[in-house]
Design a protein around this ligand. Structure first.
Ligand SMILES: NC(=O)c1ccc[n+]([C@@H]2O[C@H](COP(=O)([O-])OP(=O)(O)OC[C@H]3O[C@@H](n4cnc5c(N)ncnc54)[C@H](O)[C@@H]3O)[C@@H](O)[C@H]2O)c1
Length: 338
């Protein structure tokens, strides 16, 4: 295979980023796209010169000449298209959260094993050079060494909550940090205690805290919120500190990134996840999609990406929701049975 033939399901905010990025890669060709909105579909087809446009997911998923399907639809609706794509012989990149239910995550895992195809979770922070450098430093003998304590914060602007309250905050924001914490610790979570606060009376909390304990004794505190005032102009206000046996790694995005000040206030745009450089797409999404295409073209199993970790991440997220609801500490075995 010289080029990976890609089909994209879902052309919303993030699906368009997949389309833009795949279209810019030398090792990929977007052959077909699908969205249930005819206007969105037509516009995306025109803009990126994609000829095969489908309004119905099954038509895309049964297409014979596609190697990889990107599932970029609503968070709670990834199961059916993922199973169908695997069953019709395609590799699948499924966006985070891979699902919102542990049983569904395990069904996806079993379907991938039965199909012999790759099932790749869209945890793109493993492709952000800063988070990846921390992972490298946590190796035995590294500058940080085995992690004993992790703190991770993820904060987004308030206006986004109107859209993303459609799913619990753990699945939209904290799932990134759950994946990073599992990756860094290199083992499973045993216990979870979480706190969620909604100020607007929503069932989805605007502020979420979770304490995790790992099999190897490491502990983590994760904090996610939709509380950055829009007027502040900070798109991403994230932070991390990993304390290891040999040293500490940390960074914080709200003051360390690019800032622009003008009469309307301050803007701190994201330049790491998906941005433009001289008209070209750059960022972790591009690194992730490049890596996936390279693995497929070379026929190599991806070592940076783990669907097993993604399944465990959904079990942890489920336990966090349960702990927020009950106020109790949850042992992971209990949550995994839900
Ligand atoms: N990795 C990241 O950093 C990152 C960033 C943003 C979003 N995401 C994830 O990407 C996914 C999509 O998020 P979004 O913000 O683009 O959502 P969105 O609401 O903007 O877009 C979803 C799109 O899917 C389409 N769709 C839904 N069901 C469909 C179906 N059955 N058939 C055809 N089209 C269908 C909708 O019409 C819509 O255009 C979510 O899982 C989200 O969590 C990941």
């Amino acid at each position: 295979m010289d080029k990976v033939k890609v089909g994209i399901l879902g052309l919303g905010r993030w699906g368009m980023c997949h389309l833009e990025t795949f279209s810019a890669l030398g090792q990929a060709e977007v052959v077909a796209i699908c969205d249930s909105s005819p206007e969105r579909l037509a516009r995306a087809g025109r803009e990126y010169g994609v000829k095969e446009l489908y309004a119905n997911a099954d038509d895309l998923l049964q297409h014979e000449d596609i190697d990889l399907i990107s599932v970029v639809t609503f968070e709670s609706q990834h199961l059916a298209p993922t199973l169908k794509a695997l069953q019709s012989g395609k590799h699948v990149l499924v966006e985070k959260p891979v699902t919102t239910k542990p049983a569904e995550a395990r069904d996806m895992q079993a379907a991938a094993a039965a199909s012999g195809k790759l099932l790749l979770p869209g945890h793109l922070l493993r492709f952000d050079p800063r988070y990846a450098a921390i992972k490298e430093a946590t190796a035995a003998g590294g500058r940080v060494g085995e992690p004993v304590s992790m703190f991770m914060k993820r904060a987004r602007e308030q206006f986004l909550f109107e859209t993303f309250k459609r799913v619990h905050t753990v699945f939209e924001l904290m799932i990134h940090d759950i994946d990073l914490a599992i990756w860094y610790a290199g083992c499973r979570v045993t216990k979870v205690k979480a706190y969620g606060k909604s100020f607007s009376g929503n069932s989805t909390p605007e502020v979420l805290w979770a304490n995790l304990e790992f099999e190897n004794g490491a502990i983590a505190v994760l904090q996610s919120s939709w509380m950055t005032p829009d007027a502040v102009g900070v798109e991403i206000a994230d932070a991390i500190e990993v304390i290891g046996r040999n040293g500490i790694a940390h960074f914080e995005t709200s003051n360390s990134g690019l800032q622009m000040w003008d009469g309307s206030g301050r803007l701190t745009p994201d330049t790491n996840i998906h941005a433009k450089l001289h008209g070209q797409t750059v960022g972790s999404l591009r690194e992730q999609l490049t890596y996936i295409c390279r693995c497929l073209v070379k026929g190599e199993a991806p070592s940076v990406i783990s669907f097993d970790d993604a399944v465990h991440g959904i079990e942890v997220a489920d336990a966090i929701v349960a702990s927020c609801g009950s106020g109790l500490e949850i042992a992971l075995g209990e949550a995994a049975l839900r």
